[in-house]
Design a protein around this ligand. Structure first.
Ligand SMILES: [Mg+2]
Length: 184
């Protein structure tokens, strides 16, 4: 099968990594339980920032958020490696900004994900992912973000949502844990 993955908050725990960076930078302790209850992707409201301030902080720290030691979700690397071993073709489709694409690809490889030439797509907007996913004729696709997932409702693709507090209403089969997932 041709199987596609979003990266941030689908395969790697980026928001929680950013949450820890914010905690340090802003010198503000916030209960992690509040983080796990957030109903939106953005995390800045936990630190008392408005959208504009939050957006500015996020972009000023992107380099550090993306390229330090953000952990993969438990079992995610093994799961993708296993699919590769079984002969599936693996794609990554991430809307990280263009200037970070090359380094992201390298970072993913160093992390242990199987990454291949012409199977890594980066730098598009959220709503543009659907066209890439269709053009690639993926059989299966994994993402976490409601704005992306809603564009895939009518695509003839098996879509899975990586469970997060902000996507509880999205009506696709859910991945809670990469260690126990079987795709059909
Ligand atoms: Mg994502």
């Amino acid at each position: 099968m041709r199987i596609g993955f979003d990266i941030d908050d689908t395969l790697i725990n980026l928001r929680e990594h950013a949450f820890r960076i914010y905690t340090k930078k802003l010198g503000k302790q916030v209960d992690i339980a509040l983080f796990h209850q957030l109903k939106r992707v953005e995390i800045h409201e936990l630190f008392g920032l408005n959208d504009e301030q939050g957006n500015r902080l996020w972009h000023s720290l992107l380099e550090e958020i993306y390229f330090t030691d953000c952990p993969a979700f438990e079992g995610a690397i093994d799961f993708v490696q296993q699919l590769k071993k079984e002969g599936h073709t693996i794609f990554y489709i991430t809307s990280r900004p263009k200037e970070y694409c090359q380094r992201t690809r390298k970072w993913m490889t160093e992390k242990g994900f199987p990454v291949f030439e012409h199977q890594f797509f980066c730098g598009m907007r959220d709503h543009e992912k659907v066209e890439i996913i269709k053009t690639l004729q993926l059989d299966v696709y994994f993402d976490d973000k409601p704005a992306v997932l809603q564009t895939l409702k009518d695509a003839n693709i098996k879509v899975y949502v990586k469970h997060q507090s902000y996507n509880a209403d999205v009506p696709f089969p859910r991945v809670y844990d990469w260690k126990n997932i079987k795709i059909t």
